[in-house]
Design a protein around this ligand. Structure first.
Ligand code: SAJ
Length: 467
């Protein structure tokens, strides 16, 4: 039985390890975080994802999946560690270029480098190393390969490579490929199996070996290319989505000024057979789409104004939501007795922020625009109550069950379209509130229902008054 060592037991590494273990491989899952190792060894799972706990428990029970804190010798190594970004000043070109990229964010490859270095000692001739982490173009060939070759083994570059460096070498070989993950949080297990995969080999043999491996459970098609193209494909997918969302957000801002409803307009525009505009919202979060476009920018800052602008448009949305909330609270209506503008004498307006996760029905708060909105509202002096039934984390403000978060509130701000929130009934929350105001940043409430219950309703991207 082939043995696979998976480095990084996060959102991608853990499901991948469990999937291989339930498809006939002996798998060692490695994580440097002792708490993750301990949790899994106790039969618990630290990530909320439909079906994952059952799959991991089955894999552990079968004996095919073991969890450890250090890598060990194997036939295949899969690196699935995070690649966060760090803020950095641009390094390229003249003064204009520097200004342009001054706020650029760059890939932090420390985890990838550390994972690669950790497998140098156990590497053996004939091993295949697969990088799944999303990385800037050329990372596989320029960063990963040189680290792996410190083992004394040479990375295979097919016989067609007649460069003097490789001609006649008899050093034992390693095979290296990039196989970017493409699964959607919330649907990871289903997409791991059914999505098509792109595999980029440092050479063709490496790509073919990786294909044979993934074909054990992937039912989608597997396409082969070179490693750098595979890196770029992955980044292009997420950048395409980011730019599309930025366009939707820009349309939302225009719609607010022009007095039209962007949600209605997008729905109608999408009836065109070749148009598919995504949804506006409070911004783009998560560990992928808000991060990956910067990896392309970092590789080519001078020729990526569109990608950079899209990032900035999406990053500007939380501040826009704060403005909407201020406006909603500034509109005094008959029956309003308390000061609702920020920083007025006590009591300040009380806001219930519904949703902290970066998107619906997940527990992940990484890069979540909801948190930026919460911080912006807090900075204005509002009294905040937070609610997110999926999230369990510490915040400087109380994280409460829905009823407690809503009780006594002067305004609800819906930040994440979790199913629980989309199904909220104004008849239920209205009587608990001090004032009936709601700001919907996801366009998921039915405004007429709320207006009928006496709510003042504000919807991001809707410039039409809801009456
Ligand atoms: N969002 C909008 N409007 C939309 C769609 C999304 O504002 O119409 C926001 C979401 O609320 C969220 C963010 O964008 O804050 C990203 O959510 P998402 O569901 O679009 O994507 P992710 O980050 O959960 O997963 C993406 C996926 N990539 C693509 O769809 C091209 C997934 O397939 C990738 O595997 C994943 O990134 C990754 O790991 O790279």
């Amino acid at each position: 039985m082939k043995k696979i060592c998976v480095l990084g037991l996060g959102y991608i590494g853990l499901p991948t390890a469990a999937m291989f273990a339930t498809h006939g491989f002996q798998v060692v899952g490695v994580d440097v975080n002792e708490r993750v190792v301990e949790t899994l060894n106790n039969g618990e799972v630290h990530i909320h994802e439909p079906g994952l706990k059952t799959l991991v428990q089955a894999a552990l029970k079968s004996g095919n999946l073991r969890v450890a804190s250090k890598p060990e010798s194997a036939d295949v190594f899969i690196i699935a560690v995070p690649t966060p970004f760090r803020e950095g000043a641009g390094e390229q070109g003249g003064k204009g270029a520097e200004e342009n990229v001054a706020l650029q964010k760059k890939a932090d490859l420390d985890y990838v480098v550390a994972a690669a270095e950790s497998i140098v000692p156990p590497l053996r001739s004939g091993n295949l190393v697969v990088l799944e982490s999303t990385v800037p173009p050329r990372t596989t060939v320029e960063v990963l390969v040189p680290i792996l070759e410190r083992s004394g083994l040479q990375v295979s570059r097919d016989a067609e490579d007649h460069s003097p460096q490789h001609l006649g070498t008899s050093a034992p070989l390693l095979y290296v490929a990039h196989c970017p993950e493409r699964v959607l949080p919330g649907r990871i297990l289903e997409e791991l199996v059914h999505n098509d995969r792109v595999i980029g080999g440092v050479d063709r043999t490496s790509a073919e070996m990786a294909k044979a491996l993934y074909a054990s459970f992937v039912e989608g098609e597997i396409f082969l290319t070179d490693a750098t193209t595979a890196e770029m494909v992955k980044l292009m997918e997420n950048t395409y989505r980011d730019v599309n969302i930025a366009l939707a957000n820009e349309f939302a801002l225009v719609a607010e000024q022009l007095g039209i409803n962007v949600w209605e307009a997008i729905e109608l525009a999408n009836r065109h057979p070749r148009v598919n505009i995504l949804k506006p919202g409070p911004g783009v979060g998560g560990h992928c789409i808000a991060v990956d476009p910067w990896f392309i920018v970092q590789a080519a800052p001078e020729v990526t104004p569109l990608i950079q602008t899209a990032r900035r448009v999406n990053d500007s949305m939380p501040a826009h939501v704060v403005e909407l909330v201020k406006q909603a609270l500034a509109e005094q209506r008959s029956g309003d007795e308390i000061p609702s503008a920020p920083l007025l004498p006590c009591p300040p307006a009380r806001i219930a922020c519904l949703g902290l996760a970066y998107k619906a029905d997940v527990d992940d708060i990484r890069e979540s625009p909801a948190l930026r909105v919460v911080e912006g509202l807090a900075a204005l002096g509002y009294e905040l109550r937070l609610c997110d039934p999926h999230v369990n984390a510490a915040f400087p403000w109380p994280l409460l069950p829905l009823v407690d978060a809503v009780r006594g509130a002067d305004c609800l701000v819906l930040l994440t379209d979790h199913a629980e929130f989309a199904a909220l009934k104004p008849q239920v929350v209205g009587p608990l509130m001090r004032h009936r105001r709601v700001v919907d940043t996801r366009g998921c409430l039915k405004p007429q229902e709320w207006v009928a219950e006496g709510f003042q309703v504000m919807i991001l991207g809707n410039g039409k008054a809801e009456k």
